[in-house]
Design a protein around this ligand. Structure first.
Ligand code: GLC
Length: 719
């Protein structure tokens, strides 16, 4: 077909995308169609010939405008149809301006912050030729042994859905064809965080109801937000691996949700169907995955080597292939790659690490830090303290503050916590530094030095936690203790009697029971990104009033795992009675609960209104509460709304987060906060596996955390 000015329709930007897709598909050979389902990682000279023949559709891990332009030129100017490549990369929490890890961003309970950081990451990455990010990771995680808990938004589907929506909006903007945007990829579809034993890549076996009420909601939120791609997960899912599970990939994703983007496998996860034991050969693996709904093979090479023959043999219909190719091409057209396949050279120098990006990194780090404990209160510290001892393997450490998935970041861009403190205190203040020990291992070489300096100080600030590479992918831990001899370092410094503040730099909840009992003040900083040092110092010395809240439960010991706030009541809820659901050697309550976080000021909750107090199943309830800052400092409060469906056709959690708002109040200021509860918030998967609202009583709880409920009420749903 010819478009205007004699151009083929598919090259005519004035034509509707669907028309251009059909024209292009009609011109493609079988081999070229399969080429669009093939993704390579990094580029080698030998790949040129395949690109020229139209046999590769995408690359990941190719970075740099010069490099991507060079490779793109081969595809666009030297292949028969000139179909552009799409370059993907893991831009998870920043590209060059590295933000706190996603678990930290989730601790802000501010979805708009996630959106802003994603938008900056998109601007920076796209200036270097990337147009597709393998983010947001939206896996619900209830097991902190799983290293990838660092990459997501924690244990709750409602908070996780809000974050998923905002990340997609931030990465994709409102027009993917605009430069500075990335097509997003909600991953890892699905229930990857449910790995048994918290062991990465391990088996997941959850009920369909748990799948629908816990693991799927953030993906549905991402799809509703218009996410362009989805990544299928590594894990087995109830006997059918996620990368060949037609129930999740087609029945739910496309059938129920109407997802129109494309699905890319995780790294080699299609070929790994052979390891799972559901395919005997690469060809069988390719057929299973392709027919289940995986459109692109990330570096597995099985689509590349098997799909053409499968179609020729009638094993896979060309119609199915066309459908997959259509979905890939639609994203390429939406990105504007046919009109603008190249990146403007030199753009990155105008975009990367601009001062407003770095300022956002500071804001994000400040908002993500959680004040876990502040007895006496010892914090905030005075800036003219005479002598401060800063101790710990993460105090003067740049690379580890970047966190997992920060390979494009530069350690030298990180402000260390030691530097942040040095910049904050008065000229007269003496700062003594000791590493104390290594992040891992048994050596106590600097314990003596740490002890000596603690004894000379008026206050000691301990900075301990996890190196970035024992969090994230393939980093499951069998314990949640501080690694190495850091626990002993804390005890050694504690025994000097110096007033003590502890800063955690980590990527997962840690079972810091001894620390929580003995150390008067604890800050959870997560891996805070390039501005971590300044943000921690701002909070330690009172220039910023912390308001972060935990998006995950902190267990007392790993023996409590899995432990999460939205648990079921059981027939024998834990009590002092022996014959109830509990441990005989440990309380069932967590060390720090979901939603927990303190402030340097205080907030009072009053005047809960629930209107109306009876609704029909399709009705809405408005819940309003008054919040007053009754302290002497301005501060943020994260007002949390939980519900409990008291009696239903299936067991329901003892509470579920169904609303939250982070508000800023001046001292004395009082404000009404309003929530609406409707279908979105009240529906659940009932006995017939249908998403419905059932009649009955709904308890309403409003508070500062899942445990610190301030006001209660209820309303009735009538048939
Ligand atoms: C990895 C991860 C996935 C990532 C992909 C590409 O194995 O599971 O999250 O996006 O490969 O790097």
């Amino acid at each position: 077909m010819k478009g205007t000015k004699g151009k083929p329709v598919y090259l005519d930007a004035s034509q509707p995308i669907d028309k251009r897709i059909e024209d292009l598909i009609s011109r493609m050979t079988l081999e070229e169609k399969v080429g669009q389902t093939v993704q390579y990682s990094t580029f080698q000279e030998k790949d040129e010939a395949l690109i020229r023949q139209g046999l590769i559709g995408s690359f990941l891990n190719v970075i740099g405008a010069e490099q991507t332009n060079k490779i793109q030129k081969i595809a666009v100017e030297q292949s028969r149809l000139g179909i552009p490549l799409i370059f993907g990369l893991d831009v998870i929490h920043g590209f060059k301006t590295i933000f706190p890890i996603p678990l930290g961003i989730a601790s802000s309970w501010e979805p708009d912050l996630a959106k802003q950081t994603a938008s900056v990451a998109a601007a920076e990455a796209s200036s270097e030729g990337v147009r597709w990010t393998f983010a947001p990771m939206v896996d619900i995680a209830r097991d902190p042994r799983w290293g990838r808990i660092a990459e997501g938004a924690g244990e709750d589907p409602y908070l996780g859905s809000a974050m998923a929506r905002s990340y997609v909006e931030g990465f994709q903007g409102n027009d993917l064809s605009k430069h500075g945007t990335l097509v997003a990829c909600a991953k890892h579809y699905v229930a990857y965080g449910g790995a048994e034993g918290g062991r990465d890549y391990n088996t997941v076996d959850v009920s369909e109801r748990t799948l629908r009420d816990v693991y799927l909601p953030p993906f549905e939120a991402a799809v509703k937000a218009g996410v362009g791609t989805i990544m299928s997960a590594f894990n087995d899912l109830g006997g059918v691996p996620a990368s060949c599970n037609s129930f999740t990939l087609t029945t739910i994703l496309r059938g129920e949700w109407g997802f129109e983007g494309f699905v890319v496998s995780d790294w080699n996860s299609i070929r790994e169907l052979i390891n799972h034991g559901v395919a005997a050969t690469p060809s069988e693996a390719a057929k299973k995955a392709f027919e289940a709904g995986v459109d692109m093979d990330m570096v597995g090479g099985v689509y590349q080597t098997c799909l053409v023959q499968l179609v020729k043999d009638g094993e896979v219909s060309e119609k199915t292939l066309d459908a997959a190719v259509r979905r890939v091409l639609r994203i390429k057209f939406k990105l504007g790659l046919f009109e603008h396949p190249y990146v403007e050279l030199g753009m990155s120098s105008k975009v990367i690490k601009r001062k407003e990006h770095v300022a956002l990194a500071l804001e994000a780090a400040r908002k993500s830090i959680v004040l876990l404990k502040n007895k006496e209160p010892i914090l905030p510290l005075k800036k003219d303290v005479k002598t401060i001892a800063v101790i710990g393997p993460l105090a003067d450490n740049q690379p580890d503050l970047l966190g997992c998935w920060s390979f494009t970041g530069e350690p030298e861009d990180v402000v260390t916590i030691l530097d942040g403190i040095k910049r904050k205190v008065s000229m007269k203040t003496r700062i003594l530094y000791s590493k104390g020990c290594e992040l891992e291992g048994t050596a106590k070489t600097e314990f003596e030095d740490a002890t000596k300096k603690a004894k000379e100080a008026d206050v000691a600030i301990l900075v301990v936690g996890e190196g970035r590479f024992i969090t994230g992918e393939a980093s499951s831990r069998s314990t949640l203790d501080l690694p190495g001899v850091q626990d002993e370092l804390v005890k050694t410094v504690f025994e000097t009697g110096v007033p003590l503040v502890l800063v955690l730099v980590n990527g997962r909840p840690l079972s810091i029971s001894w620390v929580a009992e003995h150390v008067p003040a604890i800050l959870e900083a997560w891996h805070p990104g390039i501005q971590g040092g300044n943000a921690v110092a701002d909070i330690l010395f009172g220039d910023y009033n912390p308001a972060g809240r935990l998006p995950v439960t902190f267990p007392r010991t790993v023996g409590q795992v899995p432990i999460y706030y939205n648990y079921k009541n059981t027939g024998r809820p834990a009590s002092s009675e022996r014959w109830t659901s509990k441990y005989i050697d440990l309380p069932v309550t967590p060390l720090f609960p979901f939603g927990h976080g303190l402030s340097y000021t205080n907030f009072e909750y009053s005047n809960l209104r629930i209107v109306p107090d009876r609704i029909k199943v399709n009705g809405k309830v408005k819940v309003t509460v008054d919040i007053q800052n009754v302290g002497a400092r301005k501060g943020d409060e994260v007002v949390q709304l939980y519900i409990r469906d008291v009696v239903a056709s299936v067991t329901r959690p003892v509470k579920e987060l169904k609303g939250f708002k982070r508000i800023t109040l001046e001292p004395g200021e009082k404000r009404s906060v309003e929530f609406t509860l409707g279908l979105e918030e009240l529906a659940f998967t009932n006995i017939d596996m249908k998403r419905v609202i059932e009649p009955g009583a709904i308890e309403v709880m409003v508070g500062k955390s899942s445990e610190d409920i301030q006001l209660k009420g209820k309303f009735e749903i009538i048939a």
